[in-house]
Write a protein that binds this ligand. Structure first.
Ligand SMILES: [Cu+2]
Length: 341
C-alpha cells in the first residue's frame, strides 16, 4: 500500500499551488488596480506574462519536436554533413532565435516606453490642483500639504477622482514611495525631488510601502493612502491645519508639561507649542492617525503606552529611544497625546 505516499504528494502539490496564490488578493496588489495608471501597468504586465508563456510554449514545443526527430534518425548523424532538411533548421534558428526576439522586445519597448511610461507619468505642476509633499526618513514618511500648515506622518489623505501630484524627497538615504494599487514606484533621491501622480477611482484605504532597501527597519516603513470624498478631504485638511488645542483635563495638562519640558519636544513638533523638533513625526494631530511607527502598531491608548516605553521592541533600531517613565507620568503623557485629534 502506498496510499500515505500519495497523500503526501497530494499535500505537497497543494502547498506548492497555494503558496504563490497567497501573494494575491488583499491589500497592496498591483494586479488589482484602482486608478487608470495602475490599470495600464497591470495590462502591460498581463500582455508580457501572456507573451512569455507563448514564448516558453514555443521553445519547449520545438525542443520536444527536435528531440523526437533526432531520436528517430539516430544519434550522431551530425558528423555526416548537411542533409537537405538541415537548411530549413538553419532558417528556423535565424527567424525564431534572432528575428523574433528582436521583434518582440522592440514591440514591448514601444508599448511600455512610449505608452505606459507616458500614461503613468505625472503631468506638469500647472495642470494639477493639489500637490502633496512626501519626505522619506529612516523609517517613516513625513507628509506636507504645500500652501497649508498641515503636516502629518505615514498617511496621505487625497480626494477621490482628482489627480494629485505627489512630490517625493528624502531627508537621508534613497527610499521608494510605492502604492501598487494606484501607480508605479518613485524613488526618493538625496538632493532631488521626484514626482508621481495619484488619481484614485474610488474612496478607500490603500497600503503603500517603501520599495527600496533603506536600512534596518525598511520593512516597517509603510503608509496608508486614504482616498476620501472631496468634501471629507477638505474637512480633514482643515482639521490638520489647526494648531494644537488646549489640554482638556488636568492629567492631559500635566502630560503636556512633561512633553514640553522633557526630551520628547527636542525630536517632535507640536504646532502651537514650543515643541519644534524635526527628528521624528509632527505630533500635532497624532491621535487622528490610524497607526504609529509607519504601520508598525495600531494607534490605541495601549499601543501608544507600549510605544513610548518600548518602541525599540516594536521597531528595533528606530531613532526614538525607549522612555523610562513611571506609571503616573506615562498616564499623563498618554492622556495628552490621546487628546491631539
Ligand atoms: Cu526602505
Amino acid at each position: 500500500m502506498n496510499a500515505p505516499r500519495e497523500d503526501r504528494r497530494c499535500l505537497a502539490f497543494l502547498v506548492l499551488a497555494v503558496v504563490p496564490l497567497a501573494g494575491c488578493g488583499g491589500s497592496q496588489n498591483a494586479l488589482a488596480p484602482e486608478s487608470h495608471q495602475a490599470r495600464d501597468i497591470a495590462t502591460l504586465f498581463w500582455w508580457m506574462m501572456g507573451g512569455a508563456w507563448v514564448g516558453l510554449g514555443l521553445v519547449v514545443g520545438l525542443l520536444l519536436w527536435s528531440w523526437k526527430r533526432r531520436n528517430r534518425r539516430g544519434f550522431g548523424r551530425d558528423v555526416e554533413g548537411d542533409k537537405p532538411g538541415e537548411k530549413r533548421s538553419w532558417y528556423a534558428v535565424v527567424v525564431l532565435g534572432i528575428v523574433m526576439p528582436i521583434a518582440v522586445i522592440s514591440t514591448l519597448f514601444v508599448v511600455s516606453d512610449l505608452f505606459v511610461i507616458k500614461t503613468t507619468q505625472a503631468p506638469a505642476s500647472t495642470t494639477t490642483k493639489l500637490t502633496v509633499q512626501v519626505i522619506g526618513h529612516q523609517w517613516w514618511w513625513e507628509v506636507r500639504y504645500p500652501g497649508t500648515t498641515a503636516v502629518t506622518a505615514n498617511e496621505l489623505h487625497i480626494p477621490a477622482r482628482t489627480p494629485v501630484r505627489v512630490e517625493v524627497k528624502t531627508a537621508d538615504v534613497i527610499h521608494s514611495f510605492w502604492v501598487p494599487e494606484l501607480n508605479r514606484k518613485i524613488d526618493t533621491i538625496p538632493g532631488r525631488s521626484n514626482v508621481v501622480e495619484l488619481d484614485a477611482d474610488q474612496v478607500g484605504r490603500y497600503r503603500g510601502q517603501c520599495a527600496e532597501f533603506c536600512g534596518l527597519q525598511h520593512a516597517h516603513m509603510a503608509m496608508y493612502v486614504f482616498v476620501d470624498e472631496p468634501s471629507a478631504f477638505r474637512r480633514w485638511l482643515a482639521q490638520q491645519e489647526k494648531p494644537v488645542e488646549a489640554p482638556s483635563s488636568a492629567l492631559a495638562e500635566r502630560g503636556a508639561r512633561l512633553f514640553l519640558d522633557g526630551p520628547c519636544s527636542s525630536c517632535h513638533a507640536i504646532r502651537g507649542t514650543d515643541a519644534d523638533g524635526y527628528v521624528g513625526p509632527d505630533l500635532t494631530h497624532v491621535a487622528s492617525r490610524a497607526t504609529l511607527g509607519a504601520l508598525t502598531v495600531s494607534n490605541t491608548p495601549d499601543d501608544l503606552r507600549q510605544w513610548i516605553l518600548h518602541s525599540q521592541q516594536a521597531k528595533p533600531g528606530n531613532q526614538m529611544p525607549d522612555f523610562n517613565a513611571s506609571g503616573a507620568r506615562l498616564d499623563a503623557l498618554v492622556a495628552f497625546l490621546e487628546g491631539l485629534k
